[in-house]
Design a binder for this molecule. Structure first.
Ligand SMILES: [Zn+2]
Length: 444
């Protein structure tokens, strides 16, 4: 069978009622495995209302790429889902067509969210998919509040941290300090990397959140520039040398376009030269592409499996028809096929899902700049922190006038700025609408 994008019909016929199948039968019969019997119970299965609960729920799908296309298809084919919003900021590239099956050659250059939504709505007339072409950060808490479940098929850690922070923050508490159930929006996070993938259920403030497991994601292996420039050891260093250092020298006015074969051939040939000089083997065109674009090959079957698990969980938390995943499913497909589930524990001092203040011991001679550096490099992995004390703004990135006014503090020492044991408030773009309480103890 020819499965290439060009062999698929441009305008598929709408599916009939009989062709589509439906989970309605399943949702209308009693079950011994209702959600309330599981280890992560959040609701009671009621055969009288389950179908309607799912039909009335607004579902948010983040990402319309490899995972997103699968997620949308799975939601549509359940036959019980109706309202979906899909967000993606990307446009369709020709290299997407081998696995992102909602797109055709004619769609190259168009918005992924818009094309995916149009395709599903035409093919599956019972669906109402609304696209949003843009960043998740464009939307505020009121937007995210309207959904009953969020399924994320994002491919990068930063966006997932932001989304996690947003959804966890939506939880409100009653007078006793307990989370109010109606404000908890389950976040189902799918991720794939080559032949491995995972799907996890995040019940904000109940289970661990994405930030709790940040340690499991190695920070991007940044190679120091001096290694690249002076002592390359592996093919990746030679490729980095060609595109980080040589390209801007040769073409100062033009940014490297990783989608241009001419540009990439240039980088490849320079990397080969460099590798030969240092006796390093293994610089290939594929590796060059991989390093420059930072790509791990996408595998269609992994996307299909992980998305199926995500949508399965979504239907479960919307209808309570079965026990929810508690909390993490791993799939490994590179050496045989293996999958298992385990409970990912909450991190006690998680900066997002716990309200704990964080303590840090530092010499009082530490500069504010060094503290900021530590917040970026240390366990919090912040991106661009701003800091205020109870009385003063120590450093603010925005607006520009305030940045300028507080810049002079960067070189001052902590003892000049704050007192021992003082609590600072740290804000950062990775945590939407929230701040981190940080108590600084002087070591001396
Ligand atoms: Zn957490």
């Amino acid at each position: 069978m020819d499965t290439s994008a060009d062999a698929r019909p441009d305008n598929p016929k709408p599916l009939s009622r009989r062709q589509r199948g439906s989970l309605k039968t399943l949702l209308s019969r009693p079950s011994c495995f209702g959600n309330e019997t599981g280890s992560l119970p959040i609701g009671e299965f009621d055969t009288g209302t389950a179908s309607k609960q799912v039909y009335d729920a607004q579902v948010l799908v983040i990402g319309a790429g490899g995972l997103g296309c699968e997620i949308l298809k799975d939601l549509a084919m359940c036959g019980v889902v109706n309202s979906v919003v899909v967000m993606d900021l990307d446009t369709i590239d020709v290299t997407n067509l081998n696995r992102q099956f909602l797109f055709r050659s004619k769609d190259v250059g168009e918005s992924k969210a818009a094309v995916a939504a149009r395709f599903i709505n035409e093919r599956c007339p019972w669906m109402n998919v609304v696209p949003y072409h843009g960043k998740i950060q464009d939307k505020d808490a009121d937007f995210y509040k309207q959904f009953k479940v969020v399924i994320s098929g994002l491919d990068n850690v930063e966006a997932r941290r932001w989304l996690n922070g947003m959804i966890v923050n939506l939880v409100e508490f009653d007078e006793d300090g307990d989370p109010i159930p109606e404000t908890i929006i389950p976040l189902i996070d799918g991720g794939t990397e080559g032949f491995s993938g995972q799907s996890r259920m995040i019940l904000p403030r109940i289970t661990s959140c994405f930030e709790c497991s940040l340690d499991a994601f190695t920070p991007s292996a940044a190679v120091p520039l001096c290694t690249i420039a002076e002592t390359p050891r592996i093919p990746e260093h030679c490729i980095a040398y060609a595109y980080v250092l040589q390209w801007p020298k040769e073409f100062p006015d033009r940014k490297l376009d990783a989608d241009s074969p001419d540009d990439m051939k240039w980088v490849h040939s320079k990397a080969v030269e460099r590798a030969e000089k240092f006796g390093i083997e293994g610089v290939t065109y594929m590796l060059t592409m991989g390093v420059v674009k930072n790509i791990i090959p996408a595998v269609a079957s992994t996307n299909a499996i992980v998305s199926a698990v995500c949508v399965n969980e979504a239907i479960k938390v919307l209808s309570f028809c079965s026990q929810s995943l508690n909390t993490y499913m791993m799939y490994m497909g590179s050496d045989g096929i293996y999958s298992h589930t385990f409970v990912y524990e909450r991190k006690e001092n998680c900066p997002v899902s716990s309200s704990a203040t964080h303590k840090m011991s530092l010499p009082s001679s530490t500069t504010l700049n060094a503290l900021i550096q530590q917040l970026c490099d240390g366990e919090f992995r912040l991106k661009a922190p701003s800091i205020t004390s109870s009385e003063n703004t120590l450093y603010m990135r925005k607006p520009m006038a305030l940045e300028k006014a507080t810049r002079k503090n960067l070189d001052k020492t902590l003892k000049d700025l704050i007192s021992d044991g003082e609590e600072l408030t740290v804000t950062d773009p990775v945590f939407p609408d929230t701040s981190l309480g940080l108590v600084i103890k002087f070591e001396d």
